[in-house]
Design a protein around this ligand. Structure first.
Ligand SMILES: [Zn+2]
Length: 333
């Protein structure tokens, strides 16, 4: 096939411009997408995670997602595959052990994805979902203006990732920035991770809902989720407000500790709980001022995440971007 007009040349350029494939592996859904080099999500598919299925059932779902992506007319432009997975992950060996996917313990996800016929010969990059979200926010979202930034996902759990000196800081096994499991209450409640007083146990959506229920909050319509607690807080319910204040205080302490340890200019907060808006951010900023007292921490800005539900796939693609640069050679930007 050849092109002779300017418009057709443009079309050819578009067809030939490289793409990144993305996989977002979570406890409730497995999503796949195609992302261009500007970080735009062009196409996405998803299937429910067979969370209680066998290891093979789970991989079968991942393979189905890859089959669906490979049917896209632009699949041939895919140059690398990025995977963001619920953690913990081990990026050194390429395995995952997601807490909420019990059948996968040390599962070699990277090599299994690489073995899919449509993926063959493409570089495959694996990272944790919170690190992927961090990469997404730093590429296209609220973290973009900052060279040193902490990004948090506050939802069922609390995940986080770090950008230091303008680069994603993943740590040797890909788990750096695991803020949900730092202890902010040294004599606090035991955590499923084995420690106690972990940030996640106070600030996650699960913890907010539990805290409200323990203090006697009862929903009007039977919805006991953190979203319902947020609605009640917005309407002025004191028990709901207390649950959010407590979570915000825990997050403030954790972010201030991070700012003290590594110096950050900003913390970007996303995830379902952050959707509560001022119900979370107002007490968060107030409490942060009481913990971030040193001159180099006091100026840390607290901002909402910007990418919303796209962050998982855009972030998985962002993880694969370095592989794309390597393939393009040293002149690529
Ligand atoms: Zn813990």
């Amino acid at each position: 096939m050849s092109y002779h007009t300017g418009a057709a040349v443009t079309a050819r350029h578009t067809l030939a411009s490289p793409l990144l494939a993305a996989l977002d592996i979570g406890g409730t859904k497995i999503a796949g997408g195609l992302v261009d080099t500007e970080g735009t999500l062009l196409h996405q598919v998803q299937l429910p995670t067979p969370a209680l299925g066998s290891s093979r059932d789970l991989m079968g779902t991942v393979d189905s997602i890859l089959d669906l992506l490979a049917q896209h007319p632009r699949w041939a432009s895919v140059r690398a595959v990025g995977i963001g997975s619920a953690g913990p992950v081990d990026t050194e060996v390429g395995s995952v052990s997601p807490v909420n996917i019990p059948a996968w313990r040390g599962f070699p996800l990277r090599s299994e994805v690489a073995a899919h016929p449509a993926v063959k010969d493409l570089p495959v990059v694996l990272g944790g979902d919170a690190v992927a979200m961090t990469a997404a926010e730093h590429w296209r979202g609220a973290a973009r203006p900052y060279r040193n930034v902490l990004c948090l996902v506050v939802s069922t759990g609390v995940g986080a990732g770090l950008v230091i000196d303008g680069r994603l800081h993943t740590g040797p096994s890909g788990n750096a920035g695991h803020l949900g499991h730092i202890s902010i209450d040294f004599a606090g409640r035991p955590c499923p991770c084995g420690s106690r007083g972990c940030l996640e146990g106070i600030a996650s959506g699960t913890a907010i809902a539990r805290n409200a229920a323990e203090r006697g909050w009862r929903p009007v319509e039977g919805d006991v989720s953190a979203t319902a607690v947020a609605s009640a807080a917005r309407a002025g319910d004191p028990l709901a407000l207390h649950a959010f204040d407590r979570a915000a205080r825990a997050l403030a302490a954790g972010i201030a500790a991070t700012a003290t340890l590594v110096e950050i200019e900003a913390a970007v907060i996303g995830g379902g709980v952050a959707q509560a808006g001022d119900v979370l951010f107002a007490p968060l900023r107030t409490h942060f001022a009481t913990y971030a007292t040193l001159p180099f921490t006091a100026g840390t800005v607290l901002v909402p995440a910007r990418l919303g539900t796209d962050a998982g796939l855009v972030g998985a693609a962002a993880l694969a971007r370095p592989a794309l640069a390597l393939l393009s050679g040293p002149t690529a930007h």
